[in-house]
Design a protein around this ligand. Structure first.
Ligand SMILES: C[S@@+](CC[C@H](N)C(=O)[O-])C[C@H]1O[C@@H](n2cnc3c(N)ncnc32)[C@H](O)[C@@H]1O
Length: 275
């Protein structure tokens, strides 16, 4: 395996900026949960990747907090279920993964016929291409999710599911709203699945007090409750009834009917949350 030229210690991925580095932290936790006999997420590819990748996960991110690892895996499982349901309805549909990072969802739910487009920042795509094998019908695009260019790569004649797992909270609110509006305009009929954090979680990150395991979470800038998802009277108000911790939601475009897919948490360090 080659290593990043920018990495003086020769460890791939250790020179990433904070937001791209969260992809390694997420992978680390997902793999830890996947190793458990009572796991909520079977993810052998993630386990293999962590075992094979010469990166000091524990030194960088600390010891895995099992409850946190399970929470992340539950979030991933909620996204997987939405993608699997979509592919059952539209086996030749297109799945667009914004901020795909090192997610191994393709290996968990691909049906042998779907098309996949991962969109991530250049350094994350470079890392992904170095660490994960090429996969049939999967393509990675080095671009920002907030750049309209990636929409040119999606055939609007196909059924489309867009996912944004662990991404929107790191974007400025106006960029989130513009992104959803753009998807609604360009891909009518698509569904947009995303997760959102509450105000208090956001404030903790801004005060730099939030650690994901040993991984200090970068500043989060967007939260679902701060404004309606779009300045549009048809937007469903996403309120406390949707849960107070991390929420996974599906938004039908362009009419913006929102559905709660899963509400996660609270994080209880003593008890493992139910699968
Ligand atoms: C917390 S990680 C989540 C990775 C993956 N979705 C998962 O759940 O394992 C956040 C990812 O978003 C990516 N990202 C951050 N800003 C982005 C942007 N403007 N456009 C596309 N990807 C972005 C990072 O590079 C990183 O891969």
């Amino acid at each position: 395996m080659s290593t990043a030229p920018s990495d003086p210690e020769g460890r791939a991925g250790s020179a990433l900026r904070p937001v791209p580095e969260t992809a390694l932290c997420t992978l680390y936790h997902r793999a830890a949960e996947a190793r458990r006999p009572d796991t909520v997420l079977r993810d052998p590819k993630a386990v293999e990747l962590v075992d094979r990748h010469d990166f000091p996960f524990e030194a960088r991110f600390g010891r895995v907090v099992p409850a946190l690892a399970r929470l992340q895996a539950l979030r991933t499982a909620a996204f997987d279920r939405e993608v699997a349901d979509f592919l059952r309805r539209d086996p030749r549909g297109t799945v667009v993964c914004l901020g795909e990072g090192l997610d191994t969802q393709y290996w968990r739910v691909d049906n042998g016929r779907a098309r996949w487009l991962g969109v991530d920042l250049p350094e994350s795509v470079e890392l992904r291409e170095r660490l994960l094998p090429a996969a049939p019908r999967h393509r990675s695009l080095a671009a920002s999710a907030t750049d309209p260019g990636w929409l040119d790569e999606v055939d609007p004649a196909q059924r489309v599911l867009i996912t944004a797992q662990g991404l929107l909270m790191y974007l400025p609110p106006e960029e989130v709203h513009a992104l959803v509006a753009r998807c609604a305009a360009r891909l009518p009929g698509a569904t947009f699945v995303f997760d959102a954090v509450p105000h208090w979680f956001n404030r903790l990150s801004q005060a730099a007090r939030l650690r994901e395991g040993g991984c200090r979470a970068p500043t989060m800038t967007w939260t679902i409750g701060s404004r309606a998802l779009l300045a549009d009277p048809r937007t469903v108000p996403l309120t406390a009834r949707h849960g107070w911790f991390i929420r996974v939601l599906a938004l039908d475009l362009p009419d913006r009917r929102a559905r709660l897919v899963r509400s996660l948490g609270p994080l209880d360090l003593r008890r493992r949350p139910a699968a």
